[in-house]
Design a protein around this ligand. Structure first.
Ligand code: ASP
Length: 322
């Protein structure tokens, strides 16, 4: 069954989706517009389509994931693709096979699309140069997580009807966050005004060159913003001591109603998940039914990934390098 999703047959000008940095305003708008149709489609029963029937999608995750892996799996299946999840815990990578050997092995099976998550920044781009199919970056180290930024943009656009001119604060562990980086590039391209708020130890060097305003004080940074995007403390990526204590971090940087009061009255609350309640976000704020769009983000994730998978399959892809 194929219902009408507004789309076009123009080639998408990228072979892979490795980040948001190289996406133009038109590319982003096109992905978001196509995703809109899938949001409505996904809310219906019997929502399987045939757009990717006969195509093979391999999800190759070298890092743990709950929502991203499930979301990509659902997205592929809802478009009719054959979806295979490669569990690296039981695959040959545990026997010492290198990333490139794994990529070459999978390439020999002629998949149409590889969705890859890896703990090393740049690993997914490297892999994309070795295979013949489209590659989607599902998160590489602290570098990029493009589909997260796209689903965040879709969530904001549906709620606030635009991205241009909005004041958006990205708060917390910016230094270790691929979500922050992908959002900064995308939101800047779309004309939003991005602020980052973090303790000095969790701000990456060179952050000012990314075209954001930097704050180390939550109250000052949240003043009058339209969107508050919280980040998880990525302790698994921290080598050494970045914080005096989690308690102190929550006191200064955890989002509670008192700090949120500095943002606009109807400011949206976002978090990419998984959340650490009581660390970067207060439970009442996370569950605020009027302002928290955290669950909506998860829903938008499936729609955005369907749009990305569809645009990158050969029907659309023109083989041009990113
Ligand atoms: N799920 C997001 C990521 O994979 C955010 C996080 O883990 O904190 O980057």
């Amino acid at each position: 069954m194929t219902d009408q999703i507004p789309t076009d047959d123009l080639p998408f000008p990228h072979r892979h989706l490795l980040g948001t940095q190289n996406l133009s305003r038109d590319d982003i708008q096109r992905i978001l517009d196509l995703s809109e149709g899938y949001v409505d489609h996904n809310r219906q029963r019997g929502n399987r389509r045939l757009d990717l029937a006969g195509r093979t999608q391999i999800n190759l995750f070298f890092e743990n994931s709950t929502r991203t892996l499930t979301s990509f799996e659902l997205a592929g299946k809802r478009l009719g693709a054959d979806v295979i999840n490669m569990n690296t815990e039981v695959s040959s990578t545990k026997k010492g096979e290198t990333l490139i050997d794994t990529a070459m092995t999978l390439n020999a099976m002629h998949p149409d699309i590889l969705v890859v998550r890896h703990p090393a920044s740049g690993a997914v781009a490297l892999l994309s140069q070795k295979v013949d199919c489209a590659v989607v970056n599902a998160g590489d180290g602290k570098h990029e997580h493009p589909t997260q930024a796209l689903l965040d943009a879709l969530t904001i656009r549906r709620r606030l009807h635009r991205l241009e001119g909005l004041k958006i604060a990205i708060c917390g562990d910016v230094a270790h966050s691929r979500v922050a980086r992908s959002n900064i590039h995308l939101l800047n391209t779309m004309g939003a005004r991005v602020r980052v708020i973090a303790p000095p130890t969790l701000l990456p060097t060179g952050i000012a060159q990314l075209g954001v305003e930097t704050y180390t004080d939550m109250r000052a940074g949240l003043e009058d913003v339209d969107v508050v995007m919280m980040l998880r403390l990525q302790r698994e990526r921290m080598t050494g001591s970045f914080l005096p204590s989690v308690r102190e971090y929550y006191h200064f940087y955890g989002l509670d109603h008192e700090k949120l009061a500095f943002a606009k009255d109807d400011a949206l609350i976002m978090h990419p998940g998984p959340m650490n309640r009581g660390v970067e976000i207060d439970t009442d704020v996370a569950d605020d039914i009027h302002r928290s769009v955290i669950r909506e983000q998860v829903e938008m994730g499936v729609a955005v990934r369907m749009a990305v998978l569809e645009l990158l399959t050969p029907k659309y892809g023109n083989g041009a390098p990113v």
